[in-house]
Design a protein around this ligand. Structure first.
Ligand code: ATP
Length: 232
């Protein structure tokens, strides 16, 4: 469903992404791993169209989307949960979730389906709370819920465990596992922690200094090798 070929990107004179390729099938979870600053977020922004690429292509479900604007990519079924979550602090939880449906055509369609609260029971009791009053973990769950109500075909999660307490990390892992088991959605999970990703992903791509330094599926990937690229 997602085929990324030889992406290069520069911030001014700094060559940040160096010929990155990866592909992801429907129903799969791909973990994009790497330390701080290796270019993970930059790559995700290039996939979403928030940043332009200098060369290379992004093909989604057979269509070259490399030159499309972010909203056009979203309309094709790509949802992005940014690092830091970007919750609307002054809007309620319910309003934040409804924002995820902004591209849905009829106002009548803008009802939050019950399955969202099955995935995130904590949000149901907090619908009237302001997003900014939630804990970091609750905000992370809200950001994922907001992405899912758009009914995406591909969901991109940028470091969903960053700064989150362990009990909520487990809840987030459960949600990712459930989404994966559905089989109709692709998941691109960006992480610094191999142990979290290892439980969830089918495929692994490891970045270092803007380059792919290891890649493979669950059976091929060498945990020690991956960890050596992640430890400081
Ligand atoms: N807007 C920008 N202008 C110039 N350089 C940038 C910009 N954003 C990021 N960089 C640099 O590009 C490199 C890759 O950053 P990026 O945020 O993609 O890394 P990352 O792997 O996602 O790390 P993190 O986990 O900290 O987000 C870093 O060296 C960073 O300092």
């Amino acid at each position: 469903m997602l085929d990324v070929q030889a992406i290069n990107q520069y911030y001014g004179g700094s060559h940040t992404l160096r010929g990155i390729s990866l592909s992801l099938e429907k129903g799969e979870c791909l973990a994009l791993l790497g330390r701080n600053g290796v270019g993970k977020t930059t790559l995700l922004k290039c996939l979403m169209g928030v940043l332009p690429v200098s060369s290379g292509s992004v093909v989604f479900n057979g269509e070259d989307i490399s030159r499309l604007a972010p909203h056009e990519r979203a309309a094709r079924g790509i949802a992005y949960v940014p690092q830091g979550r970007d919750i609307f602090a002054r809007l309620t939880v319910e309003e934040n979730i409804l924002m995820g449906m902004a591209t849905k055509p009829a106002a009548a369609a803008r009802r939050i389906k019950g399955e969202i609260f099955e995935l995130f029971p904590v949000l149901k009791s907090m619908l009237a709370r302001r997003g900014g009053d939630l804990s970091g973990g609750q905000q992370q769950q809200l950001a994922i819920a907001r992405a899912l109500v758009a009914e995406p075909k591909l969901v991109i999660l940028d470091e969903p465990t960053e700064g989150i307490q362990p009990s909520i990390i487990k809840d987030i892992a459960k949600v990712i596992r459930l989404l994966r088991e559905r089989g109709d959605i692709g998941i691109l999970l960006c992480e610094q922690y191999f142990d979290f990703a290892r439980e969830l992903a089918d495929q692994f791509v490891v970045l270092s200094r803007g380059e792919v330094v290891a890649a493979g599926d669950k059976s091929q990937i060498d945990g020690d090798d991956v960890r050596s690229h992640l430890s400081v």
